[in-house]
Design a protein around this ligand. Structure first.
Ligand code: CA
Length: 227
């Protein structure tokens, strides 16, 4: 049974979530605040955490940071906040995905399934070195990309970016995470670098670079590799 920890201070929403998830055979625990959430997470070891960012006792981002001190359990953020900075802060702190309130229950459940599924595939097992899409292949061990039996030449920077995205399939990787990883902490806000290099990668890999299928932009947030 998949165990879900719901961290939310709105009792009506908690009730709706619990009913819907229990009907689908999830085991559900609920915490109305951050302190209870941290205690329950340690005691119950949930497979996934649904986390409201606006909690009565602490900011949801602090809950994420505390959880990430000891667990890789996927965290799906529920946010009423429209400001993308809040979501980016949550993702940078280690959340895996976010969903904006109000949301449909079907959408939430789909995101929940995806988050749980990713823990089964991410990080890629060490023996997984070949990633295939419908249009190109990426050999992580040989550091080669190819299409129709031909090599696609990538620069070291392009390769580094691609490698991060490909080894986090389906996961939104923030601009800051990519910039810090590839260029270093001093470049964390140089989003124009990303635009340039992502455009180059799309030209080399995507069949229709103007309408990418694999290297997806989440505007103002980051990028996602979809297979
Ligand atoms: Ca709230």
């Amino acid at each position: 049974m998949t165990r879900v920890l719901v961290v939310e201070d709105d009792p009506q929403l908690v009730r709706a979530l619990v009913i819907n998830m229990q009907a689908r055979q999830y085991g559900v625990d609920a915490a109305p605040d951050g302190t209870t959430a941290l205690r329950l997470a340690a005691a119950r070891r949930p497979d996934v955490v649904l986390l409201d960012l606006g909690l009565p006792d602490m900011d949801g981002v602090e809950v994420i940071k505390a959880l990430r001190g000891w667990t890789r359990t996927p965290i799906l953020v529920l946010s009423a906040r429209r400001a993308s900075e809040e979501k980016v802060a949550a993702l940078d702190a280690g959340a895996d995905d976010y969903i904006t309130k109000p949301f449909s229950m079907d959408e939430l459940l789909a995101r929940l399934r995806a988050a749980v599924r990713r823990t089964e595939t991410v990080p890629l097992a060490p023996e997984t070195t070949l990633v295939r899409t419908g249009d190109f292949t990426i050999d992580l061990l040989a550091k080669k990309a190819g299409r129709d039996g031909r090599d696609i030449r990538l620069t070291p920077t392009e390769w580094h970016l691609l490698e991060i995205l490909v080894t986090n399939p389906g996961r939104l990787v923030t601009q800051r995470q990519l910039l810090q990883e590839v260029w270093g902490p001093a470049y964390a806000t140089k989003t124009n670098y990303l635009r340039v290099y992502m455009a180059q990668l799309r030209r080399k890999l995507e069949t229709d670079p103007a309408h990418p299928r694999y290297l997806i932009t989440e505007p103002g947030m980051g990028y996602r590799f979809e297979t």
